[in-house]
Design a protein around this ligand. Sequence first.
Ligand SMILES: CC(C)(COP(=O)(O)OP(=O)(O)OC[C@H]1O[C@@H](n2cnc3c(N)ncnc32)[C@H](O)[C@@H]1OP(=O)(O)O)[C@@H](O)C(=O)NCCC(=O)NCCS
Length: 329
Amino acid sequence: MIARLDLAAIHDLCLALPRFARVPLAHLRHLNPGQRQAFWLDEISQSLAKESSIAFVSIVSGTINGFIVYNDSPWDSEITGRRIGTVEHIAVADGDDSGTEILQELLGELTRNLADRGTQCLVCKVHSNELRAIHALEQSGFLLMDTLLDFVFDFSRTPIEEIKPPRQDKQLKVRRAKPADLSALMAINEKAFTGYFGRYHADPQMPPDTATKIYAQWVRSAFEGWADWILVAEVDGRIVGYGLWRKPLEIEAKNSLSVAHYDLAAIDPEFLGRGLWTALMFDGMRIARNYAQYLVGPVHVCNYPVQHTLQKLGWRISGARHSFHKWLN
Ligand SMILES: CC(C)(COP(=O)(O)OP(=O)(O)OC[C@H]1O[C@@H](n2cnc3c(N)ncnc32)[C@H](O)[C@@H]1OP(=O)(O)O)[C@@H](O)C(=O)NCCC(=O)NCCS
């Protein structure tokens, strides 16, 4: 049986979660099952509390064996001019042979309900080892758009003092960004992300220029307070790159997860291969050390320069997530 899920039923879901196959925060290997469950429950509660949430559970013999939670994505929708929504949670109980079918039923129920909402594009990100969810998404018409590797850095395993500092370009100065730097960063973004390969580039149904608009808005939001620190790289007084970072999020701090976030960076293509990104990264990591024991950073699976440099600095690949899109026409 498929039934609506709302915040009032969170207690029943809480009891069911330990039987679920999905391992939340799988890329943070040091966490114990209790910490993972507590964080997951907080995340689900946050999703359900949003005004746009639509959620369903699958119930067999009075027991929850699957659930799905959806929300509108106003940020992406405004930038793209398309109504985009996200499947924020999709999971099925461990050991259930019909797991893929259960998830397909949940996706089907959600899609039917979205017809009234007017959602045009449905986004879902799942870990690469969640095979039943991947199969259910593909069998429900979702297409794979990209894969992100979850890189993690652990200060207790690699003290920052033991990392060989990057070669110092004498003309390079790394400093905190000022509001007046925004236009220079926008110009770099335009050049650095035009030929990029993320999910917005990969989806032929996205309107033209969506990807560059998304990255531009990302940086604008960072200046409006979304990022906790923004570093810029200057060569001979000219801004040639930037990096965005965040401290542990509120939900992470509440769950004692000592995790800071490397979110985005770009270097002016005229200045590539001079070690500028490596230097920016190293300085960003030194600041992050004040806030967290672990650093996380998602990296596109095709971004070899970034993967190479992160590994050189002591980061390790700790997981992977696939991004799927489905257009509901
Ligand atoms: C990726 C990017 C940040 C790199 O900037 P950069 O200043 O040229 O990087 P660096 O010079 O510090 O380091 C690049 C390293 O990657 C290596 N590299 C380059 N191409 C590579 C490849 N195909 N495979 C492996 N390593 C590669 C370089 O040799 C260098 O390593 P080295 O210093 O050990 O020789 C820049 O190209 C960019 O802005 N790209 C577009 C936006 C982007 O990808 N942002 C990051 C999103 S997470």
